[in-house]
Design a protein around this ligand. Structure first.
Ligand SMILES: *[C@@H]1O[C@H](CO)[C@@H](O)[C@H](O)[C@H]1NC(C)=O
Ligand SMILES: *[C@@H]1O[C@H](CO)[C@@H](O)[C@H](O)[C@H]1NC(C)=O
Ligand SMILES: *[C@@H]1O[C@H](CO)[C@@H](O)[C@H](O)[C@H]1NC(C)=O
Ligand SMILES: *[C@@H]1O[C@H](CO)[C@@H](O)[C@H](O)[C@H]1NC(C)=O
Ligand SMILES: *[C@@H]1O[C@H](CO)[C@@H](O)[C@H](O)[C@H]1NC(C)=O
Ligand SMILES: *[C@@H]1O[C@H](CO)[C@@H](O)[C@H](O)[C@H]1NC(C)=O
Ligand SMILES: *[C@@H]1O[C@H](CO)[C@@H](O)[C@H](O)[C@H]1NC(C)=O
Length: 837
């Protein structure tokens, strides 16, 4: 649902000309200012744009929250501005709209300026950060954390950069202290609360996103610095450097002389596979992907993983043994589904590299959010019985049309509206994911854990931090709160126009090319649609504006930014976090707890009783429960106080085919529960049960039995495949499938060595690019597992009658249907499955 800067697509698009023309255009604001063009709107188009903003603010989830917290009424502000909008100049019109959005102090609700202006970032060569001081709320101290490493920016500012050193403190900005500067600019800065505002204001001293913010009014900025140990202050006046994206300038309507006349449509592809689930993330910028500044905290050596959003290290300074997982976002745009292997990578770190640490901290500083369901599946790995937060929309006519008439996010959200009553301000809160989905794995790490935030931690990052805190996890923070963005965000163009076309109309210059690619620099908006609420310890508390209050403030000191010294590996911040968690480990008895058992087990019906090999420590009793909650096995690890291995056995053999969920609970010396974790056992037929199709024969599938079964993963059987006695398979009731269904019909067969043919006839009707039907086949061999071969993958609507090649020998054929949350169609009907040998 979210368009971010398609950075990879841009690189590809510009690759052909890369040798000749660099992708970026550098200049000084004083020279480039005349080229900061705006999309050329007629008076009627200006009114249309303002009217669409007005329509969108009718679904702005924080309308009442912002009136209460910051006394800004979005709906009143746009109603007033619309009266005069069509008579304003292009620049005044765009800046007026931008200023209304910025006054909401909500990074989810953005006006994207149409035109070349939006292709530019405005930068200085300095990166600043806050350091420890006695009163971080009223007297924040700011120092230079890093200098620019971009050679083009350096070339334009080297006389100024050479005067400044990392660690110098920032005393004044154009004559004002940092706090005075923030007070003066806060209405145009963004940042929901004081700390979010401070972080936003600090960031804007280094780089400004021309897509969202007006260009700086002055061509240069004067910083007054103090060098530690020096008797005087010194001043540096740096010009604002402009960084323009050439591909965007080529596309942008209203590009002035910077329009390079190259082919248009460098933007993201509106027709490609969509991301999973609702998104909560900060807006993108023309500066995304650029390395503007040197690294900080360099004294720690981060280790990369297979996920580009996860790095890790074990902090060992001063005898600490602290696992650190650095999670830079809740989405990974290098993968088509927006996430890639992040969840598995995260789990594997806990099970392997970090398994023997004393404690773990998840470093989410500077994490601007992403896919909400990813934030919702992480807490279970640390805390028992996790419950995700809920969200609500405002009760307005436009939301009635969007949620009920157009069912924009499916039956759950239609019901959320329907269950509210006239006069209510909000619809009834609903969760984005189910408790079952969010507890499908359970605890993997039992020792103390913390989350390390700052006020740049925003949106899904706020939600993750809130969830962890609500279930007892310590929140460390560089600031007094997180960034306070509590909502899922939807875009006008990619979501609202498609979901409710009677209300949301195309904006000018939003044309696409034949393959679905959009023009960069075209106008668009985004809005916070559903406001998130906390649960458990903070039930009902709104995240927006308040944020997650930090339990332990941990600011850096200047020494933390000074040049690399690998031999120390020291950070004052991680020293403190390690010490606090160590103490917590002793006082709560969590120090030394350990439990591991393979995450997934597979048996064939010829196998013995289900048994879970385990390794444990400080766990006196283990209990195995089946999916109905019945205790079907127990074990008493001995000696329990040190590392012990054993086997937790179920009392009965598995005879039926399918997925079987078990719950393992562990109890400490005092009888208190210290562990709850899930395990899934897959039971497949023994090889002797496979249906044998000899050469020349045709096997016509006629329903499940000894060689075929339905495997439902985390969704009720009634929502999965229903297979008739004649072998017709239908997902759910055949009228409308359920949200978050994951159902797999598998047929196990033995065919001649040379292979066979699979003939399948099916109809499908699924949400395009969100819900999928896949046919695949896997060879079953005694040795290493064989990767399945995909035969077909369908989404949208159609009928197929097709024959596929099957490998020879023992094979496992899978007919797999998966839906996400939200919109649901009638699903898939398979009317024929035949194997011809
Ligand atoms: C609208 O514009 C007119 C003149 O162009 C000005 O006098 C009036 O104050 C403006 N009204 C608002 C609400 O900005
Ligand atoms: C540097 O500037 C700050 C802020 O104006 C001021 O408080 C301080 O006294 C100055 N230091 C020197 C040494 O001039
Ligand atoms: C956009 O995606 C569609 C569907 O995946 C594909 O056919 C088309 O070529 C893509 N266009 C571009 C510009 O990548
Ligand atoms: C992760 O580590 C790799 C290798 O050290 C580094 O190149 C990359 O920048 C790191 N990523 C982040 C977000 O720190
Ligand atoms: C919501 O109410 C409308 C009519 O008021 C009804 O048509 C629709 O089926 C209801 N939807 C749900 C999911 O309750
Ligand atoms: C620190 O370690 C990194 C990675 O091992 C290495 O590239 C760098 O040169 C080292 N720096 C110093 C100052 O030793
Ligand atoms: C690096 O740390 C070691 C150990 O604390 C110290 O002896 C050495 O002087 C440091 N080197 C630099 C360049 O700071």
């Amino acid at each position: 649902m979210l368009i971010t800067t398609a950075f990879t697509a841009l690189l590809a698009a510009s690759a052909a000309t890369a040798q000749l023309t660099p992708a970026k255009r550098y200049g000084l604001l004083k020279d480039v200012r005349p080229e900061l063009g705006f999309a050329n709107y007629s008076p009627a188009q200006k009114d249309l744009v303002a009217q669409q903003v007005q329509a969108m603010f009718q679904i702005y989830s924080h309308e009442y929250t912002k009136i209460k917290d910051i006394h800004v009424d979005a709906q009143a502000a746009i109603a007033k501005a619309r009266k005069n909008a069509s008579s304003l100049s292009l620049k005044d019109f765009n800046y007026e709209m931008a200023s209304i959005f910025l006054s909401l102090r909500d990074f989810h609700t953005n006006y994207e300026i149409g035109g070349a202006h939006s292709c530019y970032g405005f930068v200085t060569p300095f990166k600043f950060n806050f350091v420890q001081s006695p009163d971080i709320a009223n007297d924040p101290r700011v120092v230079v954390e890093a200098l620019t490493v971009d050679p083009n920016i350096l070339a334009l500012t080297k006389d100024q950069v050479s005067k400044v050193q990392v660690g110098d403190s920032l005393e004044k900005i154009d004559g004002l202290t940092f706090r005075q500067h923030w007070i003066k600019t806060q209405a145009a800065t963004g940042g929901a609360n004081q700390y979010g505002g401070y972080r936003a204001a600090l960031g804007l001293l280094s780089s400004i996103n021309g897509k969202l913010y007006p260009a700086p009014a002055k061509d240069a900025v004067t910083f007054e610095f103090h060098r530690p140990g020096s008797k005087t202050n010194y001043s540096v006046t740096v010009p604002w450097v402009t960084v323009g994206k050439r591909a965007c300038l080529a596309d942008a309507p209203g590009g002035g002389s910077a329009n390079l006349g190259a082919p248009k449509f460098h933007g993201p592809n509106l027709t490609k596979e969509k991301k999973k689930g609702p998104v909560g993330v900060k807006p993108s910028s023309p500066l995304d992907g650029m390395k503007l500044f040197g690294d900080s905290n360099n004294d720690l050596i981060w280790k990369p993983t297979d996920s580009s959003i996860i790095n890790w290290t074990i902090y060992k300074h001063g005898g600490a043994n602290l696992g650190v997982i650095q999670l830079t976002a809740f989405e990974d745009d290098t993968h088509p589904d927006g996430l890639g292997p992040a969840a598995e990578v995260f789990q594997n770190l806990l099970l392997n590299e970090l398994a023997e640490t004393d404690s773990v901290v998840i470093d989410v500083r500077d994490n601007g959010g992403g896919i909400i369901s990813f934030a919702d599946v992480l807490p279970q790995l640390f805390v028992p019985n996790f419950v995700p937060g809920k969200a609500r929309a405002i009760r307005t006519e436009n939301n009635r049309i969007l949620m009920v008439v157009d069912s924009a996010d499916g039956p759950t959200w239609a019901a959320s509206y329907n269950q509210s009553h006239p006069g209510d301000l909000y619809t009834v809160p609903e969760a984005f994911s189910t408790v079952e989905q969010d507890n499908a794995i359970g605890q993997l790490y039992l020792r103390p854990v913390g989350v390390f935030t700052d006020a740049n931690c925003y949106s899904s990052c706020d939600m993750f931090s809130a969830s962890m805190q609500d279930f007892g996890v310590t929140v460390f923070g560089e600031d007094g709160t997180t960034g306070a963005g509590g909502a899922n965000v939807v875009e006008h163009r990619s979501f609202l126009q498609a979901a409710a076309p009677t209300i949301f109309k195309p904006l000018p210059y939003q044309d696409v090319d034949a393959t679905g690619a959009v023009r960069l620099g075209a106008p668009d908006f985004r809005v916070a649609w559903r406001e998130t609420l906390r649960v458990n310890k903070n039930a009902g508390v709104v995240i927006e504006d308040r944020g997650v209050l930090t339990d332990v403030v941990v600011r850096p000191v200047v020494a933390d930014f000074l040049p690399i010294n690998n031999s120390t590996g020291k950070s004052t911040q991680f020293d403190k976090i390690a010490a606090v968690l160590k103490k917590a480990g002793t006082s709560t008895g969590k120090a030394g707890l350990f439990f591991q058992s393979p995450l997934a087990l597979q048996y064939s019906t010829t196998g013995s009783a289900v048994s879970f090999p385990y390794s444990s420590q400080q766990i006196k009793k283990l209990e195995l429960r089946d999916s109905t909650g019945k205790v079907v096995g127990t074990a008493s690890p001995s000696p329990f106080y040190r590392r012990t291995t054993g086997v937790l056995k179920a009392s009965q053999k598995s005879t039926a085919l399918g997925y079987f969920a078990y719950n393992i609970r562990g109890y400490g010396a005092n009888g208190k529960q210290v562990l709850t974790t899930k395990r899934v056992v897959t039971v497949t037929p023994g090889l002797d049960k496979y249906v044998k199709v000899a050469a020349g024969q045709t096997f016509n599938y006629a329903g499940t039995g000894a060689y075929s079964a339905v495997y439902n993963s985390n969704s009720p059987a009634v929502n999965g495949w229903q297979v008739s006695k004649t072998g017709v398979a239908i997902v759910g009731n055949g009228i409308q499938y359920a949200d978050n269904t994951d159902t797999d019909l598998r047929v196990f067969a033995n065919v001649p060595k040379g292979g066979a043919k699979l003939a399948v006839t099916f109809k499908f009707d699924t949400e395009l690019n969100y819900d999928f039907f896949t046919i695949s086949v896997r060879s079953v061999t005694a040795g290493a597992p064989v990767t399945p071969v995909q035969l077909a993958r369908e989404t949208g609507k159609g009928s197929v009658d097709q024959t596929f090649d099957l490998p020879g020998g023992n094979i496992d054929i899978s007919f797999h249907f998966v839906s996400d949350g939200g919109v649901d169609f009638s699903g898939v009907t398979i009317s024929k499955i035949a194997i011809k040998a």
